[in-house]
Design a protein around this ligand. Structure first.
Ligand code: NAD
Length: 293
């Protein structure tokens, strides 16, 4: 069994990007610039945005964090997005989800210029991805594909089962796994909350990508021997013995499942760090389209 070390792989990617930034600076060019918009004070969102900004700083990107109060109106947020769309010094930006209930998420995502949509959530980018055209690919599934690529895991012709059909993870994951590319060419089953006999399906899988957000959902008896297991889940489970008062837990019953798996991602240290690395990668792509690199 091999542990797919997302932390190390993400660090490798960041180092590669940092080298590129150094070269840009030596050539007298500006560095890539990522902006992030955060509305409200959700603890998990603050943590995610914080680590995105810190990662930018570490590799020499410019970063801007725009923190707006919970009461921000939809119109005010849309104005902020217009300003970022128009700002030539910003290569790409993200609006951290989830947004407060009074703001229409779809309207906000639609307002982002697809050329700056480094999260890859705009329909233009999603459509291009589905049509095998160059686009910004949502960072979490992109990170999983990159992990498979760097570990040289061949999934061609294999049966991949994705659990969860969200627009940011499960759905794009199912598209990428089935694309005619490498890695890719898998035969994909996309499962969700209405799926019947899920265990019978996962037991047949050569690769399982679990993205539902239920701690320890995927048990040892739900996977076959030799399966490749990718755990996307991140749930804060209360734990008074931990200084933070919670532990980050994945969807996979790691201790049992790792006994059967050929490859497995840990939580934390698996998919999570890869997500940030691929956001930085997308920002570089946005930069290279805007600037004359
Ligand atoms: P979501 O809540 O939008 O979607 C969950 C999906 O799981 C839904 O499509 C639902 O149909 C499915 N589902 C729920 N219960 C099910 C069941 N019993 N059987 C089968 N399917 C079921 O979630 P999301 O935004 O895709 O996130 C999923 C998990 O991944 C969460 O824990 C989230 O925190 C985590 N996440 C991690 C990263 C990362 O970087 N590692 C990024 C995004 C999300």
């Amino acid at each position: 069994m091999t542990i797919l070390d997302g932390k190390q792989t993400a660090n490798d990617i960041k180092t590669e990007l940092a080298v590129r930034v150094d070269q840009l600076i030596l050539q007298g060019k500006r560095s890539p610039h990522l902006a992030a918009v955060l509305v409200g004070n959700d603890g998990a969102s603050l943590t995610y945005v914080g680590s995105k900004v810190r990662s930018c700083e570490r590799i020499g990107y410019e970063s801007t964090l725009i923190q707006l109060p919970e009461e921000t109106t939809e119109a005010e947020l849309l104005q902020q997005i217009d300003r970022l769309n128009a700002n030539a010094a910003v290569d790409g930006f993200i609006v951290q989800l989830p947004l407060p209930k009074h703001i229409d998420e779809e309207k906000v995502l639609m307002a982002i210029d697809p050329d700056k949509d480094v999260d890859g959530f705009h329909p233009t980018n999603f459509g291009k991805m589905a049509l095998d055209m160059e686009s910004f690919i949502p960072a979490t599934p992109y990170g999983i594909m990159e992990l498979l690529r760097r570990y040289q895991i061949d999934i061609s012709g294999k049966h991949a089962v994705v659990i969860g059909r969200s627009h940011i993870v499960g759905r794009p994951m199912s598209i990428l796994l089935s694309r005619k590319s490498s890695p890719g060419n898998a035969t994909v089953t996309l499962t969700h909350s209405r799926t019947k006999n899920l265990a019978a399906i996962t037991k047949e899988a050569d690769i399982v990508v679990s993205a539902l957000g239920v701690p320890n959902f995927l048990k040892g008896n739900m996977v076959k021997k030799g399966a490749i297991i990718i755990d996307v889940g991140i749930t804060r489970v209360p734990d008074s013995s931990h200084p933070k008062g919670y532990v980050i837990t994945g969807d996979v019953d790691y201790e049992r499942v790792k006994e059967k798996a050929s490859f497995i991602t840990p939580v934390p240290g698996g998919v999570g760090p890869m997500t940030i690395a691929m956001l930085l990668q997308n920002t570089y792509l946005a930069y290279s389209r805007h600037a004359d690199v």
